[in-house]
Design a binder for this molecule. Structure first.
Ligand code: GAR
Length: 318
C-alpha cells in the first residue's frame, strides 16, 4: 500500500471528532494517519487527549496577526498533506484557503446547505425540521459552502432540545468523518482516478489520443501511424511502489538532478528510465496538478511533429 496520507487535525475544544479520527486511523488499512493535532486554544481538552494517545501535539497561542503564519510553517515542517477541521472555530483567511485548495476538510453538524454557521441545532428546531444530520465538506472561501464529500441523516425526535439533538448528531459525526476522510484520501491514490485526471490534461493538448503501451494507459501526439507517446501511466510496474506518470526529460543529467533534488516527487522508472522517461509520483495528496500539466505540455512539445510545435509557437507569440 502507498504511504498513508499525513493529516493534521485542528480543534478548538473537546475534540471528540478528532478522537474518532485518531481511533479510526489505528486500523491497519486506514489510508490516513493523524500526524499532528493543533488548534487556536492551547488549553483545549482535545489536545491533552491527543497527547495521551501518543499523537504529536503543538500548542499555538492565538494571535490574530501571526497564528496562520505559524500554523503554515508548522504544517510544512511536519509534511502535512491534508487538514481536517474538527470543531475548529476560527475563520480561516482566504489566502491560506487558496494555498490549501482542495486539501482542507471540515465537519458541520447539519445537512448542508441547510443551516450553515453557528447555533445549528437551535436553527433546526426553530425551523421545525424532522430530519437533520452532519456533513463533511471541502473548505472554500465562503463558510460551510465547499464541495460536499459525504452526509448522514439523523431524525429529530419530539421533545428534542438543542442539547439532546447535538448529542445524537455527534454520534453520527463520529461515524461519518473517518469514513468520508478515508474515501477522500483514497480517491486521490486510486489509480483509476489518477488515470482520469492525467487523461483529461493529456487530451486537452492538440492532436492527442489514448492508446495502451505494453498494457499501460498512454497518450500519444500525432497520427495513429506516425504519432509518438508523450505520457505513460505507471502503476507499480516492475515491483516498484509508485503510481505516477512518465514524461520525457531532456536527458539523463536532468533526470538525475531532479530525482536527487526531489525524491518524493520524481523517480526513475525501471525499463523506461534509460530512454529518458522520468516518473512523477501521483499517489500523494499534495500533487501540484498545474506542475503535472506543465510537464505534460513539455513532453508533448518534445514529441510532437514540427508542424504542430510550429503552430504552438505561433500561438504563444500571438
Ligand atoms: C461538532 O459537533 C462539530 O460538527 C461542530 O463542533 C462540534 C465539535 O465537537 N463544528 C461546527 O459547528 C463547525 N461550524 P468536538 O470538538 O467534540 O469534535
Amino acid at each position: 500500500m502507498a504511504e498513508r496520507a499525513r493529516v493534521a487535525v485542528l480543534i478548538s475544544g473537546r475534540g471528540s471528532n478528532m478522537a474518532a479520527l485518531i481511533y479510526a486511523a489505528r486500523a491497519a488499512d486506514c489510508p490516513f494517519e493523524v500526524a499532528l493535532v493543533t488548534g487556536d486554544r492551547p488549553d483545549a481538552p482535545g489536545l491533552a487527549l491527543a497527547e495521551a494517545e501518543g499523537i504529536e501535539v503543538e500548542r499555538i497561542a492565538y494571535d490574530k496577526s501571526t497564528f496562520f503564519q505559524t500554523l503554515e510553517s508548522l504544517l510544512s515542517d511536519k509534511t502535512i498533506e491534508i487538514i481536517a477541521l474538527a470543531g475548529f472555530m476560527r475563520l480561516i483567511p482566504p489566502a491560506f484557503i487558496a494555498r490549501w485548495a482542495g486539501r482542507i476538510v471540515n465537519i458541520h453538524p447539519s445537512l448542508l446547505p441547510r443551516h450553515k454557521g453557528l447555533r445549528t441545532h437551535e436553527a433546526v428546531l426553530a425551523a421545525g425540521e424532522r430530519v437533520t444530520g452532519a456533513s463533511v465538506h471541502l473548505v472554500s472561501e465562503e463558510v460551510d459552502s465547499g464541495e460536499l464529500l459525504g452526509q448522514v441523516e439523523v431524525a429529530v425526535l419530539p421533545g428534542d432540545t438543542a442539547e439532546t439533538l447535538a448529542e445524537r448528531v455527534l454520534i453520527a459525526e463520529h461515524q461519518l468523518y473517518p469514513r468520508v476522510l478515508a474515501q477522500f484520501v483514497g480517491r486521490e491514490r486510486d489509480p483509476a482516478w489518477i488515470e482520469a485526471r492525467v487523461g483529461a490534461l493529456a487530451l486537452a493538448l492538440p492532436e492527442t489520443s489514448f492508446k495502451t503501451s505494453h498494457g499501460a494507459p498512454a497518450w500519444r501526439v500525432g497520427s495513429e501511424s506516425s504519432g509518438k507517446l508523450f505520457a505513460i501511466l505507471f502503476n507499480r510496474h516492475h515491483g516498484e511502489d509508485s503510481v505516477g506518470v512518465l514524461v520525457k526529460a531532456s536527458g539523463q543529467d536532468e533526470m538525475a538532478q531532479l530525482i536527487d533534488a526531489e525524491p518524493e516527487i520524481y523517480f526513475r522508472p525501471a525499463y523506461y528510465g534509460p530512454s529518458d522517461w522520468i516518473g512523477i509520483r501521483l499517489d500523494r495528496s499534495n500533487v501540484d496538478w498545474d506542475h503535472v500539466a506543465e510537464w505534460l505540455a513539455r513532453s508533448w512539445r518534445a514529441c510532437a511533429p514540427p508542424r504542430l510545435t510550429k503552430l504552438l509557437r505561433a500561438a504563444e507569440e500571438f
